[in-house]
Design a protein around this ligand. Structure first.
Ligand code: SF4
Ligand code: SF4
Length: 425
């Protein structure tokens, strides 16, 4: 891939040497973790291709879109509505932040005890290795946790196109009003960026595209509840990860193809894991590409993951947006209602998330929950204790893990996870 796209990467201002190193690690990780799996659905071939071209063909598509006048918006959080971007004919891409990079440089801007996700966002910028970030005409950060909130002040000094969105912390009337006014402000900013004024028709069409994508992910999630399982958790996670940067219509079609295949597997009682393999629900912080460490440990330790209570998972696609409005105002209200239901741990109180984890455990026939918190992430690591207590009351086993993107703790994690899986058996 390198030589073919080299001039494009150079044109985007990437540091080619550092970028090659990143691609090398990514490629090896993907081969060792993903391609080593057995009995994968044939439809995953599409995702293998997408991953092999993640910095190649997809970036070329974005560059071509830009040449045709389309704007690219990068986002770090599921609170940034893709519907608004699409309604102005812009493309929204997730900025992954799933790997450590240029840590020494990063720690000149951030304290050491910052979560890996925020450090990664800085590392990708400082190391000049993310073509998505460099392609974006606007990068949207959001005031969710305190870490992100303060980090964007520094990140803003490294780029001139950072737009910061304020977010509420409580599910109150005032909280909802704040979200609506921030979405109105974002709409104006995107209209100014693209020169396109949103109409009821364009917004409705955009809602339809995003709803279709989320419905496809719902279908996939439902098929993962089958017993025996018909797809690995790693592959389920990958579909969620790819949903953040692939073309939404093409992605939707590809997920449906996999679902058709999985339905056949269910009909023919195909087993890809031994009977009675313990089923795990993962809950907690988002796992962005290429953060596959924990799922890989779990699925090579005798268990299978049946769902993710995560922004890169069901928290991100759980709710659809009402498309019954006939005015921009009504549709903006529908978008606000939809996103206001996202139960991120930045909200207080956050009972909805505790209930939802229990509902998911039941719906996906999970035997236990592994709560994944990134080190130094206060919202999720603090809420993990409430999650564990709530699950304990329902006799649902729960293991709390705190980790980062490093590989130093793999052995220790494996020992704890194997013991937990034994307990589930
Ligand atoms: S966990 Fe919260 S802050 Fe992070 S991506 Fe999800 S909604 Fe945004
Ligand atoms: S993982 Fe936690 S600390 Fe890090 S950005 Fe997300 S909410 Fe903030």
């Amino acid at each position: 891939m390198s030589s073919e796209y080299e001039s494009m990467w150079r044109g985007l201002g990437l540091n080619l040497e550092a970028h090659d190193a990143l691609l090398g690690v990514l490629g090896k990780g993907y081969t060792d973790i993903y391609l080593a799996q057995k009995d994968r659905p044939e439809g995953m071939g599409y995702f293998d291709f997408v991953m092999s071209e993640v910095h190649g063909l997809r970036i070329k598509e974005l560059v071509d879109e830009k040449e045709q006048g389309r704007k690219i918006i990068g986002s770090y959080c599921v609170f940034v509505p893709e519907e608004i971007a699409l309604a102005t004919n812009a493309t929204l891409v997730g900025l992954c932040s799933g790997a450590d990079f240029a840590l020494e440089e990063v720690e000149k801007y951030l304290p050491r005890n910052t979560c890996a996700l925020i450090k990664s966002a800085f590392g990708f910028k400082l190391g000049q290795v993310c073509p998505y970030l460099e392609t974006a005409d606007m990068v949207v950060g959001e005031n969710t946790c305190d870490g992100k909130k303060k980090a964007y002040e520094s990140l803003g000094t490294l780029m001139d196109n950072l737009y910061v969105m304020d977010l509420p912390q409580m599910k109150s009337g005032q909280g909802r009003d704040l979200l609506r006014s921030e979405y109105d402000r974002f709409k104006l900013a995107v209209e100014a960026l693209t020169g396109v004024v949103i109409t009821p028709e364009s917004l409705k069409q955009a809602i339809g595209i995003v709803n279709a994508k989320r419905s496809a992910l719902h279908r996939l999630a439902k098929l993962r509840s089958a017993d025996p399982v018909v797809i690995s958790g790693l592959d389920g996670l990958l579909a969620n990860q790819v949903s953040f940067y692939d073309n939404p219509k093409r992605f939707t079609e590809s997920v449906h193809k996999i679902c058709d295949e999985l339905e056949k597997r269910i009909q023919t009682d195909q087993k890809i894991f031994p009977v009675k393999t313990p089923r795990i629900l993962i809950s907690g912080c988002p796992m962005a590409v290429p953060n596959w460490k924990l799922p890989w440990i779990i699925e090579t330790s005798g268990a299978v993951i049946v769902g993710e209570e995560s922004c890169v998972g069901e928290r991100g696609y759980r709710n659809l947006t009402r498309d019954t409005g006939t005015t921009v105002d009504e549709l903006m209200d529908a978008i606000t209602d939809r996103y206001f239901d996202v139960d991120c741990a930045i909200f207080t109180p956050n009972q909805d998330r505790l209930d939802h984890i229990q509902e998911m455990t039941k719906a996906y026939q999970a035997d236990g929950v592994i709560h994944y918190g990134l080190q130094f992430c206060q919202p999720y690591t603090m809420e993990a204790i409430c999650v564990e207590n709530a699950l304990e009351k329902k006799d649902i086993p729960c293991l709390r893990i705190e980790t980062d993107y490093g590989m130093e703790d793999v052995g220790q994690l494996k020992t704890r996870i194997e013991a937990f899986i034994e307990q589930l058996k």
